[in-house]
Design a protein. Structure first.
Length: 325
């Protein structure tokens, strides 16, 4: 575009662009920039058949390994989702877009609203690559350019999901999801991420996992976490501790028994008796269970034939009598 045409465009569009909060870039060419918090957008006039602008939007939180581009003609061939491809379980979006990146992050970040915006971006010729949203757009009026700049700011902000929000987002989406396959994919991604030690600290999701639709996942993860760090048992209450016991490893069983000694009620006595009496149980687990029995009985005496049971030996003896034919 000639210098005279560029000057005319700069002069006629300046007022509208300034009113929209955009700043004209210095230099002989014509371009605008816009900065909102950590999102930055630049649009440069590059072609004669325009006004056509090369738009680039960045945000430091957008993963550099994230790729979102039109599927193109390979869509029919790649329905099986090869290595590196991420499936969002949105059939229309998956048919349109090729998505690569961390699967857990993609499932957490690409909610329906973000997928809708990505669909609009892809159909307009934009792609996401190397931490940038970029592409060429025809903008014949200042208002159109301003709208695309605002759109780009919103999209890169949506794509800047911090890693410590991946776990909570996966859980929230799983609990709200009615499609079984997607819910299973969300929970699997959450389990893999947390079991691998990435994302949020383990117990930051404990309540949500154990109280919601992901309870079984939460119990499985809790068993692993407590087996790795016995102190983690302190985060659970009696009901969850009793639910964690079946299938738990020896360290976790001893830790749960010890914690039940602190918070358990009469409800915990059968489980603790079972640990204390188990023939093949490890000595450390038995010892923890016996100490816990003593602590629970001291707080909440139960009865045997109308008499108070106030010792571990009496509790175990009473259990033997009840089990006898």
């Amino acid at each position: 575009m000639s210098r005279q045409a560029t000057d005319t465009l700069r002069r006629t569009w300046r007022a509208d662009l300034t009113k929209a909060g955009l700043r004209l870039l210095p230099g002989p060419g014509f371009g605008v920039t816009h900065l909102v918090r950590r999102a930055r957008v630049e649009a440069h006039l590059e072609f004669d058949d325009g006004p056509r602008f090369q738009l680039t939007a960045t945000h430091p939180g957008v993963p550099r390994d994230l790729l979102v581009r039109l599927e193109g003609e390979r869509g029919v061939i790649r329905r099986t989702f090869g290595p590196g491809d991420v499936r969002t379980w949105d059939e229309a979006f998956d048919a349109l877009a090729e998505v690569r990146g961390d699967p857990a992050w993609v499932l957490a970040a690409l909610n329906p609203g973000t997928r809708k915006r990505l669909t609009d971006a892809l159909n307009a010729g934009l792609t996401v690559k190397g931490g940038r949203l970029q592409g060429a757009l025809v903008c014949e009026r200042p208002a159109v350019l301003s709208a695309w700049v605002g759109f780009a700011v919103d999209l890169v902000t949506r794509l800047s999901l911090p890693t410590d929000r991946v776990g909570p987002n996966l859980l929230r989406r799983a609990e709200a999801e009615s499609e079984p396959r997607l819910q299973a994919a969300l929970l699997e991604a959450l389990g893999d991420r947390l079991a691998g030690g990435t994302g949020a600290p383990p117990w930051s999701l404990a309540r949500g996992l154990l109280a919601g639709t992901a309870r079984e996942l939460g119990l499985g993860l809790a068993r692993r976490w407590i087996e790795a760090d016995a102190g983690q048992a302190a985060a659970l209450g009696e009901v969850d501790l009793l639910a964690v016991l079946p299938g738990a490893g020896p360290v976790a069983r001893a830790a749960v028994a010890t914690r039940l000694g602190a918070v358990g009620t009469a409800r915990s006595l059968p489980a603790l008796r079972g640990l204390a009496e188990a023939f093949f149980e490890r000595g450390a687990v038995k010892a923890a269970a016996r100490e816990a029995l003593a602590a629970v009985l001291a707080r909440t005496p139960t009865t045997a034939g109308g008499l108070a049971v106030v010792s571990v030996e009496a509790a175990l003896s009473f259990a033997d009598e009840e089990d006898a034919p």
